[in-house]
Write a protein that binds this ligand. Structure first.
Ligand SMILES: [Fe+2]
Ligand SMILES: [Fe+2]
Length: 269
């Protein structure tokens, strides 16, 4: 990701590439639209500390596409830069994702988590914290989040997959921070139930939904493909064995929570 050393803006661009994306977007809001054109939805990421250079690298774009993207970014920051930028190549990017077998299991687990969070607007609409039954709806949802999404799924990520990578890197740290923020929302939801504060519960359930929807999309489309590109076949096999051990430890969670989500979907039909 080095710019042409002889160009007058090369040094400036090197500096931009090493800055956090949120900060760069605040300074140059037009970059958000450019990145969106390449299906890089960084503006929606609530963390925003990932470095611009890592974001470009992590998406693994074809070389020509990456070159065009870099040209557009440079032109946005330095409008006088002598760079040819193709008309509209960004929309032509069609990305398909294939995963190693262990990472595929994480993608599969996301499907159930997405089904649960898709029900959050229904939970919020019918929220009734004044009755035992009403509170139980929230407790059941939180049980799913704590046991399935966090202990079972996030533990596979944090305790196993992420360990193969530099956890101090901005990219991995951003995903850790999403997990921490998700736990904070859960804490606030439970406090809200205890205080019978419907506004607090609704606010944090909604925020959890928004956070997790973006988080899962970024894992499926950015983080996992990037990690998969680096994992050796030995590491994949090792990870698959470690995931199997987690599955054994958690027993029938997929069947149990699958039935729970299906029942909840039915109750809101
Ligand atoms: Fe995650
Ligand atoms: Fe995940």
């Amino acid at each position: 990701m080095t710019m042409n050393e002889t160009s007058p803006h090369a040094k400036g661009m090197e500096e931009y590439m090493n800055r956090g994306i949120k900060e760069v977007i605040i300074e140059h809001p037009e970059l958000e639209k450019i990145l969106d054109g390449y299906d890089i939805g960084c503006g929606a990421c609530m963390v925003g500390t990932c470095l611009l250079k890592d974001i470009v690298e992590v998406h693994g774009l074809p070389p020509e596409t990456e070159k065009a993207l870099m040209g557009r970014i440079t032109k946005a920051i330095y409008p006088d830069a002598d760079i040819e930028v193709p008309e509209d190549d960004g929309k032509a990017v069609v990305r398909t994702f294939t995963y190693s077998p262990p990472v595929q299991t994480l993608v599969d687990e996301h499907v159930l988590i997405k089904r649960l969070i898709a029900l959050i607007p229904c939970i919020n609409e019918s929220l009734d914290l004044t009755t035992e039954e009403g509170r139980q709806v929230v407790f059941d949802g939180i049980d799913f989040i704590k046991t399935y999404a966090d202990s079972f799924h996030h533990a596979k990520e944090e305790d196993l997959l992420f360990k193969y990578f530099d956890e101090d890197s901005e990219i991995v740290a951003a995903f850790h921070e999403d997990h921490r923020n998700a736990r904070d929302h859960v804490k606030n939801i439970l406090e809200g139930v205890a205080e019978q504060d419907s506004a607090k519960v609704t606010e944090h359930l909604g925020a959890y939904m928004e956070l997790l929807q973006g988080h899962i999309k970024r894992e499926d489309e950015v983080l996992y493909p990037w990690m998969d590109r680096d994992l050796s076949s030995e590491q994949e096999a090792e990870l698959a064995r470690a995931f199997d051990e987690v599955d054994v430890k958690f027993g029938d969670v997929n069947a149990r929570y699958g039935a729970f989500v299906a029942g909840l979907e039915k109750s809101f039909q």
